[in-house]
Design a protein around this ligand. Structure first.
Ligand SMILES: NC(=O)c1ccc[n+]([C@@H]2O[C@H](COP(=O)([O-])OP(=O)(O)OC[C@H]3O[C@@H](n4cnc5c(N)ncnc54)[C@H](OP(=O)(O)O)[C@@H]3O)[C@@H](O)[C@H]2O)c1
Length: 244
């Protein structure tokens, strides 16, 4: 899809990958609707990109957001939250919140926006998932499950979303406030975090070229393929080299 003049809704546009994606889309001439909770940060992104700020909690009312956004050619379902630690000590309510933000909200928004896209024969759905959803990650069971759900949702939707592109983006470690917010900073030196602008560039390229699946960085497709082809070997390596 040519992004010049395309109407693009980015969720989680107030920070990190979403803000960088909004800026990259604006440079292509897209008309932006920007969703996020932090009204001040969202207003800053709107000013930089010429977009419309649509502040609000995604989990409260996706229908209201879809109505305020108006016609949408490209949905970038990016908003998300993490939590890290053993499942047995996860605080009450966290599990439900992660499922609501990371999985239910993108599915609801899709349900609301897809009919008009299909009718116009023009549309693209982008889901910012995570490599966690393809591999599973120690002490991130709920987060990984929400992202795996998103991958399966997108894979299935491809069969019915005729004329509408579907992309899943699987970032590894990205340098954003995500880790501070989830309550456990990223302290490993490898893999090195990539800048959010790199994920944003991958999102733009995926929409323009109609790509189904994008790993950022690209080498992450290797463990994902190994996990699919030889799960026993993958698990042995993950136990040996994964986060202790
Ligand atoms: N950073 C990484 O290493 C990494 C790796 C793989 C995948 N991802 C995924 O990339 C996406 C973006 O994350 P990020 O790294 O850019 O993190 P971030 O900087 O923390 O941004 C998260 C965004 O999601 C929004 N959000 C969270 N809960 C929301 C809610 N209930 N309603 C509306 N908006 C909500 C936040 O809005 P406010 O700031 O306004 O609250 C913020 O704009 C997430 O889906 C994340 O799972 C990140």
């Amino acid at each position: 899809m040519d992004l010049a003049g395309a109407r693009v809704l980015v969720t989680g546009a107030s920070s990190g990958i979403g803000a960088a994606t909004a800026e990259a889309m604006a440079r292509r001439g897209a008309r932006l609707a920007l969703a996020g909770r932090d009204a001040a940060r969202l207003a800053g992104v709107a000013e930089r990109t010429g977009g419309r700020a649509l502040p609000g909690d995604l989990t409260a009312d996706a229908a209201d957001l879809a109505a305020r956004a108006g016609p949408v050619d490209v949905l970038v379902a990016n908003a998300g939250e993490g939590w890290s630690g053993p499942l047995t000590v996860m605080p009450d309510g966290t599990l439900e919140r992660l499922v609501a933000v990371n999985l239910t909200a993108p599915m609801r928004l899709t349900r609301l926006l897809l009919p008009a896209m299909a009718e116009r024969g023009r549309g693209h759905l982008v889901y910012v998932a995570s490599i966690a959803g393809a591999l599973g990650v120690r002490e991130e069971a709920v987060y990984a499950a929400t992202k795996a759900g998103l991958l399966a949702f997108a894979e299935s939707l491809r069969y019915e979303a005729r004329g509408v592109g579907v992309t899943v983006v699987l970032p590894g470690v990205v340098d954003t406030p995500f880790f501070e917010r989830r309550g456990r900073p990223y302290t490993r030196s490898r893999p090195a975090p990539v800048p959010p602008e790199r994920v944003a560039a991958a999102v733009v390229a995926a929409v323009e070229r109609g790509r189904a699946e994008v790993y950022v960085p690209g080498w992450l497709r290797v463990p994902a393929r190994l996990r699919g082809a030889a799960p026993g070997t993958f698990r042995a390596l993950a136990r040996r080299f994964g986060r202790p």
